[in-house]
Design a protein around this ligand. Structure first.
Ligand code: UFG
Length: 315
């Protein structure tokens, strides 16, 4: 297939672009490099620098495209609370421009990066796809709004869409690793503490969990990426499928820090800090649906995620 990968210079988009190329697909990356890195774009892909509003239509109109994999987004929960306008415009507004360009050019298959953040504080775990979607922040709300738009484009315009709702993505795929200018994620922050000897902050130790710290479902970026290729193969005209994407197992913040100590062989100091607003106690995916429908299985566990992230970690 010939595919457009939006956000293909970012962490997850660059991994999926490289997996698509390994599977002999033809890839064009569109990224405005606002948070991505030009050197993360696979040399086998064509690269167009620009926003979706500016470039999606001319790129798709250049012809031959079968599908779009849509990763381009702003993805910091805290920032979205401070600047919801930037998230509504940057995520929903830009995506509507992409969907319109797809409709105009007759490219109707799309795999979309959605998020567990659409569920907000869950009533039950593991979280299934039919759980109420009540996002607790603008980031999750913008992603949910895009999921709603995709359902409409499938119903009214015959799009074949798959939304993948990611839980906590970690690890590296070869040299492709997380490189965020503003890093909020737990594993890179713990590895930073391993390198600098500054303690990592543990945001809250009085949650309703076994050790009092938040429990999350970590998934290796390589396993996550593979699900996109399976999803691409099942985009069916008129259908919008939604799948959670996690391991189905949870680890507490303390457990993650302990695995990081083992992998790095460094002591890694941890310091109790206040809760981060909006963090639910436990987020664990039910990945039954994607296993049953697409035959997807995660194979790489937390230790491998930390080993791979540590191998690529700047120091
Ligand atoms: N945490 C710390 N210290 C840190 C960083 C994180 O204690 O320095 C804690 C957080 O409070 C949380 C856990 O580690 O309990 C995981 O935090 P992350 O920021 O790594 O991930 P989140 O679970 O907050 O966020 C992830 C995705 C978001 C998505 C969300 C869905 O990164 O994009 O899941 O709820 F919105």
């Amino acid at each position: 297939m010939k595919v457009l990968v939006t956000g293909g210079a970012g962490y997850i988009g660059s991994v999926v672009a490289s997996q698509l190329l390994d599977a002999d697909h033809d890839v064009v990356v569109l990224d405005d490099l606002s948070t991505g890195h030009a050197d993360a774009v696979d040399g086998r892909a064509a690269f167009v620098k620009g926003t979706l509003r500016e470039q999606a239509r001319p790129v798709l109109a250049s012809g031959g495209f079968d599908a779009v994999l849509h990763f381009a987004a702003k993805s910091l929960v805290g920032e979205s609370v401070e600047r919801p306008d930037v998230y509504w415009d940057g995520n929903l507004g830009e995506t509507l421009a992409l969907l319109d360009a797809m409709r105009a050019t007759g490219v109707k298959k799309i795999v979309f990066s959605s998020t567990a953040a659409v569920y907000g504080e869950p009533e039950t775990v593991p979280i299934t796809e039919d759980a109420p979607a009540r996002p607790g922040n603008p980031y999750g709300a913008t992603k949910l709004a895009i999921d709603v738009a995709l359902t409409e484009f499938a119903r009214l315009n015959g799009f074949g869409a798959v939304s993948l709702r990611y839980f906590n993505v970690a690890g590296a795929h070869g040299a492709l690793a997380e490189r965020h200018a503003v890093e909020t994620h737990l594993i890179p922050n713990v590895l930073r503490a391993a390198v600098t000897d500054e303690p990592v902050s543990v945001f809250g130790s009085d949650y309703s969990t076994a050790d009092g710290t938040c429990v999350r479902d970590y998934i290796h970026v390589t396993d996550l990426g593979r699900a996109h290729l399976l999803a691409l193969a099942v985009c069916e005209p008129g259908a919008h499928m939604i799948y959670n994407l996690g391991n189905g197992a949870g680890y507490s913040v303390q457990e993650v820090i302990e695995v990081c100590r083992q992998v790095t062989g460094r002591p890694i100091a941890a310091m109790d800090a206040p809760r981060r607003p909006g963090d639910p106690d436990v987020l664990i995916a039910s990945s039954e649906a994607i296993r049953a429908d697409l035959g997807w299985e995660p194979v790489l566990g937390l230790t491998t995620m930390v080993e791979d992230a540590w191998r690529e970690f700047p120091r």
